[in-house]
Write a protein that binds this ligand. Structure first.
Ligand code: 28G
Length: 643
């Protein structure tokens, strides 16, 4: 037990054993998000050193093994002088003591706090190997650790140094993490976001796995961030310039940056951050912003006589189509919620709403054509919302009359009436639908073939979506309503399985269906009712045995294995052009039969929700291969079929 540097604020400190015993308590979990938390932790420290004015450049390298990383900043360098009580170098205390180093609790520093900022020591504890290098006072120092324990003393490795700074190399512990492979794309996206949120910052990212190199620097800050997000989402603005607010020295020394733009998109997308760290669950800063938008726009419409008499306008109507960024800087953020990603400081709500409300109303008054465009947009969404509610209600009434009466004509229903054992296969095309109908178990498996075009729900209101025959058929078959009328208790099948060809058209339809389900029937995904079937692409016959391969990689693996057993085995290969040409029995054996098939469950991993939320709106309307990646990255394997 010890105290912090200055000795002013005594703090209870612990060793690192608790971190290795219960990693989840410190980084949220040991899956992919937890692994990447280690990196955000180190990067945030470097960013803190930059936002406090001491560093200008951060370099991140994902090494060739894909599982180790070096982060370097050109800040002051972590102090190496001896700790007065522990008689150890300061850096060693910081890296081996939980919550050590005033950096994370001194009121002189604005830092991330919450789940982040628990410190480099946590990263150290959970790394097989960590090497810290510091350039300071004209010399270069180095110390190595394994699983949080120093394996060398702090050594002066060079009596000279060019400049100052800190460098941390770490390789996460494969005994702790379910996966230790870093995701270069995710890392790149996160690093770029940091540079949008700190306009002065430069981050260079080198990915030695792919050989790529990126330099991120966005002087335009959140304004540029917002216009970038609008571009990738394909959201058309309804007024020329965004509302931008940079409010310095608010109460308690807090500072806020806000950027807002109303668009034609049928939804609201707010991205909130505290000290540059995402808060996907929002919190008091986001609530303050929402309150401010509602009251500023309402007051503007009121004073300019733009409020229609007979139309009820809700806060959601006012915010529909808004894309916005809020980044709050404050000294002692408190977080709550399961993943500690929701800001909880109660005083923040009124601080943020107060300044944003005044400035936003002033902005509208100073730009009357923008004000009017926003008012028109608000009235349009109020009207659309009333129309959508009516449409959803009528769909619900129709499917509720009796469970069986209003089912779509194309549905080949199962005979069971118990949702727990019932499955709905949504199948692409009539011919595949025919094979599926013949190959199914008609007691528990229902088939709904899709024939026409599936609408891209990302760009459409619920009313438009319900006018799409294919999607309204899906809703009718499921029986549980849609949008805010959804009632999972009425769901007719507890497995909703998308069965598409293994080609790009098939993936495209899957994406469109998933986008619809995600936007308008999200609880279905959240509760794990949605799956993707995996029909094989190849049939392989060898030595009187039949094997099924999902893709080319699978096929190569299987043929190699066959040849390993016997070099001379004759191998016969058949490639399926589509589900339609597969024999019903084959479809049953490979894809339908619960005992033999392989399903992917679609999930929205908690910690990845934020990314998903962005990714969906960012990718829809962009190229098909990107959408395809999104789906595959977000499905978990349920069963594995041994070949
Ligand atoms: C490269 C990867 C991650 C860092 C610094 C710099 C200082 C520091 C870090 O101090 C202890 C607490 C407050 C003084 C501070 C250097 C003051 C003077 C620092 C990083 C002692 C922590 N000189 N750069 N920590 N402080 N970069 N990059 O972690 O009282 S951590």
């Amino acid at each position: 037990m010890s105290e912090t540097y200055t000795g002013k604020n005594i703090q209870v400190l612990e060793g690192l054993e608790p971190v290795r015993k219960r990693p989840g308590m410190y980084i949220g979990g040991t899956g992919k998000p937890g692994l990447h938390h280690l990196l955000w932790e180190i990067v945030d420290n470097a960013v803190d050193e930059a936002t406090n004015g001491y560093a200008t450049q951060i370099d991140v390298t994902l090494h060739k093994d894909g599982r180790s990383i070096t982060v370097t900043d050109n800040g002051r360098g972590i102090p190496v002088d001896e700790h007065p009580i522990k008689k150890l170098p300061a850096i060693e205390v910081i890296l081996t003591t939980l919550h050590a180093g005033g950096k994370f609790d001194s009121s002189n520093y604005i830092t991330s706090g919450g789940l982040h900022g628990v410190g480099a020591s946590v990263v150290n504890a959970l790394s097989e190997e960590l090497v810290a290098t510091v350039k300071r006072d004209g010399a270069t120092w180095e110390q190595r650790y394994e699983r949080g324990k120093p394996v060398t003393k702090l050594k002066k490795v060079s009596a000279s140094s060019r400049g100052t700074g800190t460098s941390i190399f770490f390789r996460p512990d494969a005994d702790i993490f379910e996966t230790v492979d870093f995701d270069g794309t995710l890392i790149g996206e996160n690093l770029e976001t940091k540079t949008y949120l700190n306009g002065a910052l430069r981050i260079a990212f080198r990915n030695e796995v792919t050989g790529e190199r990126h330099e991120f620097h966005h002087e335009g800050g959140i304004e540029e961030f917002l216009s970038h997000k609008m571009k990738v989402a394909g959201a058309r603005p309804v007024h020329p310039d965004p509302f931008v607010l940079r409010q310095e020295s608010m109460q308690d020394g807090a500072r806020v940056e806000v950027s807002l733009h109303w668009t034609e998109s049928p939804r609201e997308s707010l991205f909130s951050y505290v000290n540059g760290i995402p808060t996907p669950d929002g919190g008091t800063h986001e609530q303050g912003l929402k309150d401010a938008i509602r009251s500023a726009v309402r007051s503007y419409m009121d004073t300019h006589d733009l409020l229609p008499k007979k139309l009820e306008i809700s806060a959601e109507d006012i915010r529909e189509g808004v894309m916005g960024i809020v980044n709050l800087f404050m000294v002692d953020p408190q977080f709550q919620g399961q993943t500690k990603e929701k800001l909880n400081n109660p005083e923040i709500k009124s601080i943020v709403s107060g300044s944003v409300r005044i400035e936003l109303e002033q902005f509208l008054n100073r730009h009357p054509s923008t004000g009017e465009a926003i008012a028109t947009r608000v009235i349009q969404s109020a009207k659309a919302r009333h129309a959508s509610r009516a449409a959803a209600n009528s769909v619900r009434r129709k499917s509720n009359v009796s469970h069986r009466l209003n089912l779509p004509g194309k549905l080949a229903d199962c005979s069971s009436t118990s949702p727990e054992e019932s499955e709905l296969f949504i199948v692409e095309g009539d011919s595949a639908g025919g094979s599926a109908k013949q190959g199914r178990d008609r007691t528990t498996q229902a088939i709904l073939p899709l024939r026409g075009k599936v609408l891209n729900a990302e760009q459409a209101t619920l009313k438009k979506v319900m006018e799409n025959k294919e999607l309204s058929n899906v809703v009718q078959a499921l029986g549980c309503g849609v949008g805010d009328q959804l009632d999972l208790g009425q769901l007719r099948y507890h497995k909703v399985i998308l069965l598409m060809d293994a080609d790009s058209d098939g993936h495209h339809i899957s994406t469109l269906l998933l986008t619809f389900l995600y936007r308008y029937m999200k609880p279905l995904i959240e509760e794990g009712f949605v799956f993707i079937a995996q029909p094989p692409l190849y049939r392989i016959d060898a030595a009187k045995q039949t094997y099924w391969a999902l893709d080319d990689e699978d096929r190569e693996r299987i043929t190699k294995e066959i040849q390993k057993k016997n070099r001379n085995t004759k191998i016969e290969l058949q490639r399926f052009k589509g589900l339609g040409e597969m024999m019903p029995q084959t479809l049953k054996d490979t894809t339908l039969d619960p005992a033999k098939r392989r399903l992917l469950q679609v999930s929205i991993p908690d910690a990845e929700r934020f990314v998903t939320e962005q990714t969906i709106s960012e990718l829809m309307g962009k190229d098909a291969s990107a959408r395809f990646d999104f789906i595959m990255n977000n499905v978990d394997e349920v069963q594995d079929l041994d070949v």
